[in-house]
Design a binder for this molecule. Structure first.
Ligand code: BGC
Length: 413
């Protein structure tokens, strides 16, 4: 090695050590193919700014396992730099004083003017920005295999009855009508749409957000559980425990007709090279065309002692930059967390998602998703999960399930 080359190698080594010191460690649950593709957009954005990425993935859709790992890390005095988080979990950590104050970044970047109130309700605590929203997802979507629908003479169902008729046609043809993964968060995701469709906006709000006991135990809730029985009768025998992305794969490869899932499912279709309108269809769950039940992924920065670190500030700034919001959400299946991002780069489902979100917000039909931690705190959410899953697996009939839901929610508060 020449002396000059040696010096370059030494200089590079110093630089590498320097870069490692400026790494961000990010805890998240984006482990499916589509999610990883979206995550890469963020990693590359940061790497472009000289900030290294220490990946801390915790598999498990909906993030329950990730939150368990987070609690263990914080208890051990070793909180990650940044953590993917949903709704009330952010508020819970903020209440404990664990999150860094992002107000300096928020002010210089003008977040207040561009982030909608529905997200700010979780991004801010006590007047302080404590998380940077990366997207808005929504749970009341259905994903369909277009060829399977065409082959069976099925057009996009507009009502619950249309949907039930479509399921019957698929069953008759020997196709699994609904691809589903029997995990509590997935059962609850389906229930978000079923409850909204059965009872409408007022019912959804009273039950899941206001936690009104009468509504939780009402005949409408019984009806919603009866509709869950119909869903249960239209999944395959191996649904139990299946990961959500494997259920999406069943629709992608034509084994199943529909999946009821949030728009992260679109990331899987895109990652498999499928095109909306040609290969797959996206539509709001029948009877929820006016409504949006949303969840937003946000990155909360854990207080590392003192002011927000440069790397945390850079990560927060990158997450909310308009170009990143477009590039990331096009891949992820979600829509931007800022109201001023053009829909130009988005496909038909993304454009519809953005339009639906704006319309639902202005007509008073935008609600936090019960299944994804945006309607009630985790203790209540988990109590609901237990009842919904027990009913889905045949432990309760619909009447018992509504009564159990009422009492479980009461106990969990
Ligand atoms: C998150 C999505 C994620 C999905 C499945 C949801 O709670 O908001 O970003 O893709 O879980 O893992």
């Amino acid at each position: 090695m020449t002396k000059r080359l040696k010096m370059t190698v030494a200089a590079l080594a110093v630089m590498t050590v320097g870069a490692q010191a400026a790494d961000v460690e990010v805890l998240h649950w984006w482990t499916s193919g589509g999610e990883a593709a979206a995550l890469n957009v963020l990693k590359q954005d940061l790497e472009g700014q000289g900030i290294g990425w220490q990946d801390m993935p915790v598999a498990g859709g909906g993030g329950e396992q990730a939150m368990t790992v987070l609690r263990a890390r914080v208890t051990a005095g070793n909180a990650p730099t940044a953590v993917q988080m949903l709704g009330f979990d952010i508020t819970d950590w903020a209440k404990q004083g664990a999150l860094a104050d992002l107000n300096s970044v928020a002010e210089s970047e003008g977040w207040d003017a561009v982030v909608p109130d529905a997200l700010k309700a979780f991004s801010k605590y006590d007047g302080k920005w404590v998380a940077a929203p990366v997207n808005v997802h929504s749970t009341n979507w259905v994903w369909a295999n277009k060829a399977v629908l065409d082959a069976n003479g099925i057009s996009v169902p507009q009502t619950w009855d249309d949907f039930v008729a479509a399921l019957a046609k698929l069953k008759e043809a020997g196709v699994t009508p609904i691809a589903h993964g029997g995990q509590p968060w997935q059962d609850a995701t389906v229930f978000d749409a079923i409850a909204m469709s059965t009872g409408g906006s007022e019912f959804y709000k009273k039950a899941f957000i206001d936690l009104d006991p009468e509504t939780l135990g009402s005949p409408t809730m019984v009806e919603a559980f009866k509709r869950m029985d119909t869903i249960r009768a239209n999944v395959d025998d191996n649904f139990s425990g299946r990961d959500w992305n494997l259920a999406t794969a069943m629709v992608i490869n034509g084994e199943a007709g529909f999946q009821m899932m949030g728009d992260w499912a679109k990331g899987e279709f895109l990652n498999a090279g499928k095109k909306p309108g040609d290969d797959f269809l996206c539509f709001r769950f029948p009877g929820t065309q006016e409504q949006v039940t949303f969840n937003a992924d946000q990155f909360a920065m854990f207080d590392q002692g003192g002011a927000v670190s440069d790397e945390q500030a850079a990560l927060a700034k990158a997450i909310l930059s308009p170009s990143f919001q477009s590039a990331f959400n096009v891949v992820k299946g979600s829509v931007p967390a800022r109201t001023d991002v053009s829909d130009e780069a988005f496909d038909a489902c993304g454009k519809q998602g953005m339009k639906d979100l704006a319309a639902a917000a202005s007509s008073g039909n935008l609600f936090g998703s019960m299944a994804h931690g945006h309607a009630a705190p985790a203790s209540v959410k988990n109590a609901m999960y237990d009842v919904i899953t027990a009913h889905f697996n045949g432990e309760y009939d619909a009447e018992t399930a509504a009564a159990e839901l009422q009492s479980a929610v009461e106990l969990a508060q």
